[in-house]
Design a protein around this ligand. Sequence first.
Ligand code: COA
Length: 256
Amino acid sequence: VVLTELSERVLTVTVHRPEKLNALNAEVVEELRRVFHEAKTSPEVGAVIVTGAGEKAFVAGADISGFPSLTPVAARDFARKGQAVFDLLETMGKPSIAAVNGFALGGGCELAMACSMRVAAKNARFGQPEVALGLIPGYAGTQRLPRLVGKGRALELILTGDPIPADEALRIGLVNRVVEPAELIPTCRALAAKILSKAPLAVRYALEAVNHGLEQPFDEAELHEAALFGLSVATDDMKEGVAAFLEKRPAKFTGR
Ligand code: COA
């Protein structure tokens, strides 16, 4: 249900249930947890691309067929589990790019938002349609969407449930780029390669400063930023990066 392919230090993670538009059932969510944990801990993996199988959907949401039998207690656990898996993706210390190749609805939009960046194919559609089912987003959509696009725009999407096309998602800052479908994976690969050419520890500290800092009071976040800035000065890569600049040559980073 989740396929992985490692090439040039980029792990491509494909949610693979095309007959159900890659809807997230318990098995998919558990597989994603396993794969993201592996991506976090494996030295072979430098960056992650998340996408969906087929041409129609990225992920069309949580699997609605499991909802009739949910109890309130099970539903809370269901939300906590999904939140934890997406938090793992966001905070694993490596950049992740959502390659949104079609419908990114409900849990699909939430999965894309947990990535560091989002690139959308022209045919992609984004939405949080849960209110149409008598539900609210449960995989941190109520939190990540307003942080990405602002409260007013987030509430419009969450309260109307209406999906928006890729160009509108670009206009409101929900995605970084919109490309032709054939260019989707190459664009994500090029973005990942660009990031992988930089100092790995600096990339990790920058991710941490932004992700952790946004949830702190401003002055606490500044202190944390300064501590990570100080830590980056202790790395071999900082010495190499600065020396390479001064010697007018490309840097050779080792991740130490
Ligand atoms: N959960 C379970 N199954 C889903 C699903 C979901 N979130 N989204 C799509 N599917 C299934 C459909 O039930 C259908 O299965 P079937 O062939 O066994 O009947 C199959 O995927 C294809 O979807 P279908 O609805 O026939 O495609 P469509 O092109 O007519 O519509 C969507 C596409 C995305 C608009 C529509 O599938 C949809 O609205 N899905 C639910 C989106 C949603 O509300 N997500 C949030 C859940 S909290």
